[in-house]
Design a binder for this molecule. Structure first.
Ligand SMILES: [Fe+2]
Length: 433
């Protein structure tokens, strides 16, 4: 049986199929612009189950249940030769299926079992990373990446995933060390540069972060659209920390938004950047009306609550209150039917997160603080990265300031800053209190 470049056996593959799989692996892990080439390979090689499964797994990233359903035909084709598949391939097909159905726990557990036996399966690790983003289980994510790192020391992208898991666990010095090690192997490791952006923000190294990310930015152009928007989103938030509204807005207009506006990744970056601009004190209007049509489908979906909150904030700021009310009522009914972990995610955290975001959007500050404040420590389970969830922390803080709850605001700000240096933006909030 043929093996791919990671040394993993692939059923039903000749040289062309192995080449397609290796190309996909490199594009997915490296955040390249050609991950979609696997769709053409899936049509050309209907009898290679792993190619079908790899094509199917691209739909996991849509963060949309309607789009994820489009993976099912590919997975059916992958299952036609299920009995012939290796153990790894069987688990992988089932994991992708679970991920597309929104059963993240099942998908993660499956990827964990692949990691144990086949730690060089970096595609499985990459998909697990995305589900960890949706479930907010950063400690489990770090354990996963730590377990596969020794078998992949040569692999800059895997190393960058290990670095990012460290960052999400607030081990930022170690994260930086691992990210820089990845960039020594390959300076154009996008995920390592991205990890550094998180580290710079998390350690208030604003001026250094701006200088360094700007020096990388020229190199972002040849990569996938998502990472271009997302890295620019991070750079723009550093501009904002310095109260440089002009450059943050310029980044929004020319680098973050308007390329693939219906994709969840770009939508999230755009909404969060505008939200952060507003938290820093800017008033925006026309931008929201441009975003709202793209946000609407995500407001009604049930993939993970973080994306609902993002979409609903955009709709509320665009003045679509009836749509917001409808989406929130639907969400409440759905949340009420959940049990176990889903009840915690959707009912206990997701619902107040969404309602609190909508309240902040319509300037109902007492309600926004009352809804957001109590759930901030648990908000990770609704999904999103540390820096993305910062909008909820800042919305609670600004709500406390604007509703004159000064002692709570002071406490919230101190807690948010923790041991790091105070940024000019945070100094502004401190002055307002
Ligand atoms: Fe990020």
């Amino acid at each position: 049986m043929k093996r791919d470049a990671r040394g993993l056996e692939v059923t039903g593959a000749a040289d062309a199929e192995i080449a397609a799989i290796d190309h996909f692996t490199e594009q997915l892990l490296g955040l390249g612009a050609e991950t979609d080439a696997i769709m053409g390979a899936a049509s050309a090689s209907p009898d290679c189950p792993m190619i079908q499964a790899y094509a199917a797994c691209t739909f996991v990233y849509t963060q949309s249940s309607a789009q994820a359903a489009r993976a099912l035909g590919l997975l059916q084709r992958a299952r036609r030769r299920f009995r012939e598949l290796t153990g790894r391939e069987r688990i992988f097909v089932e994991a992708v299926e679970a991920g597309c159905r929104g059963d993240f726990e099942r998908a993660i557990t499956a990827y964990e079992s692949i990691a144990q036996e086949w730690p060089r399966d970096v595609v499985a690790a990459k998909l697990a990373e995305f589900h960890f983003f949706q479930t907010g289980e950063s400690a489990r994510q770090l354990a996963f990446m730590r377990s596969v790192a020794p078998a992949n020391r040569d692999h800059s992208h895997l190393l960058s995933m290990y670095a990012f898991a460290l960052e999400l666990c607030a081990k930022r010095d170690e994260a930086e060390e691992a990210a820089r090690a990845a960039m020594r192997i390959n300076p154009l490791t996008m995920w390592a540069q991205h990890c550094l952006a998180h580290v710079f923000a998390g350690q208030s190294r604003i001026a250094q972060g701006i200088a360094e990310l700007q020096s990388y930015a020229e190199g972002w152009r040849g990569f996938g659209r998502y990472i271009q928007s997302h890295n620019w989103f991070h750079l723009a938030t550093l501009y904002l920390a310095q109260l440089d509204f002009d450059r943050a807005r310029e980044a929004f207009n020319s680098r973050v938004w308007g390329f693939l506006p219906d994709t969840a990744g770009e939508l999230t970056d755009a909404v969060l950047l505008l939200w952060y601009l507003e938290l820093a004190g800017m008033e925006l209007d026309a931008e929201w009306r441009g975003i709202a049509p793209h946000a609407r489908p995500y407001a009604h979906d049930r993939v993970f609550p973080f994306i609902n909150a993002v979409a609903i904030y955009a709709l509320a700021r665009a003045g679509e209150q009836a749509e917001v009310d409808r989406a929130a009522a639907e969400l409440e009914r759905f949340a009420g039917r959940q049990s176990g972990r889903a009840a915690r995610v959707w009912r206990d955290v997701g619902l107040p997160l969404v309602r609190g975001s909508a309240a902040f959007a319509r300037r109902d500050y007492p309600l926004a603080a009352a809804l957001l404040g109590p759930i901030l420590n648990d908000a990770a389970c609704a999904g999103g990265s540390d820096e993305q969830r910062g909008v909820f922390i800042q919305s609670n803080l600004v709500s406390l300031i604007r509703s004159q709850q000064k002692s709570q605001a002071r406490r919230a700000l101190d807690q948010y800053i923790g041991g790091r240096a105070v940024t000019p933006l945070e100094r502004l909030w401190r002055d307002q209190i």
